[in-house]
Design a protein around this ligand. Structure first.
Ligand code: ASP
Length: 337
């Protein structure tokens, strides 16, 4: 299980203040995190991501794509924009990048189509929007946001979700827009050896942020799992499973084997443990991921706390991830970096 916080912490002890420049392995010591002016943390999916299977070119491409997403969200936050707009802005470039399983480049269903899921949540009033099983909206996170802002509902599914997205003027595409050769080959491989591991069956993108007003937000988009049955819905569009945000408590975006994340209600469980049991975000995330592992699932989460502290926690071999705040940016891919 990987768990690490890179937050620069300020210890306040009897009036003396000292900065820890080194990464903190355990965030749950008695410290007060200095609240960053703003912060954004993203993931691009977790899974069996091993250094030995990665070419330098591919690693550089993933790093550049993570940086592009971080910059897109940071542009919003630097200008005084909201955490909600920032998580959306960070997710869109990852939806558009075939490296990730969240839009163009999404995995194929067993029926050789694409069905995408997305959700977004604002921590201020706990407003939320989600779409499941969409086939034609180019950027599912924009459809989720439109459900939140422009409907009286929280979630739309299937053809009705696409029709809603079209009715509010979002860019629509043919389902083939999401095709890539790489994902088609994955489908063929998975269909050939149904019993294989989940090594490259999944992937998802997500973001959590805190803005200058202390508002939290979270967003998650996925193509789901390779060769999933038509109509299967994972955790990604489910508020409380993959996505949750509550001001003053935490914001979570998850990635992993959705069937397990749903059953643990991972995102809400983390926030509830922080709120009700007084756990640190790291302890709470670890506990939820332990429950996922106990059921046989794998994956990870990115979490931002009510004061801007943050964690990446995953029990898979790697997770594409990164953080940006006014002091700088970091990205990582493998378990040990
Ligand atoms: N959670 C996604 C799903 O089960 C897949 C992933 O995050 O890798 O659909």
């Amino acid at each position: 299980m990987f768990r690490r916080s890179f937050a620069a912490l300020v210890i306040v002890l009897a009036g003396c203040t000292s900065s820890l420049a080194e990464p903190a392995e355990e965030a749950d010591v008695t410290v007060e995190a200095e609240q960053p002016e703003w912060r954004l943390v993203i993931h691009g999916g977790a899974g069996v991501i091993l250094r030995e299977n990665m070419t330098p070119e591919r690693e550089a491409a993933y790093t550049a794509a993570l940086e592009t997403a971080l910059e897109a969200g940071a542009d919003v936050l630097r200008d005084g924009g909201s955490a909600l707009d920032a998580v959306q802005a960070a997710v869109i470039p990852m939806e558009n990048d075939a490296l990730f399983n969240a839009g163009h480049g999404a995995v194929f269903t067993a029926a050789a189509e694409h069905e995408l899921d997305a959700s977004i949540m604002s921590g201020a009033q706990r407003d939320a929007g989600a779409v499941a099983g969409v086939k034609r909206v180019k950027n599912p996170i924009l459809a989720a946001r439109a459900v939140m802002d422009q409907s009286e509902h929280v979630m739309f599914a299937g053809a009705g979700a696409d029709a809603f997205a079209e009715s509010v003027g979002l860019d629509m595409v043919d389902n083939a827009y999401f095709d890539t050769d790489r994902r088609r080959q994955s489908l063929e491989r998975v269909l050939r050896e149904r019993a294989r591991t989940d090594a490259d069956r999944h992937g998802t993108v997500g973001a959590v942020a805190i803005d200058k007003d202390g508002n939290l937000a979270a967003a998650t988009t996925t193509g789901g799992m390779t060769a999933k049955s038509a109509g299967r819905i994972g955790d990604s569009p489910l508020i409380g499973a993959a996505t949750y945000a509550q001001n003053g408590v935490c914001a979570v975006s998850a990635t992993g084997h959705g069937e397990y994340f749903i059953r643990v209600a991972v995102a809400k469980t983390i926030c509830a443990r922080v709120e009700l049991a007084g756990e640190s975000i790291g302890e709470a995330a670890q506990s939820a991921l332990d429950q996922v592992a106990g059921l046989g699932g794998d994956g990870g989460v990115v979490v931002i706390g009510g004061h801007g502290q943050y964690e990446y926690v995953f029990n898979s071999k790697g997770m594409y991830r990164g953080m940006i705040d006014p002091d700088g940016m970091e990205t990582a891919i493998f378990e040990q970096e």
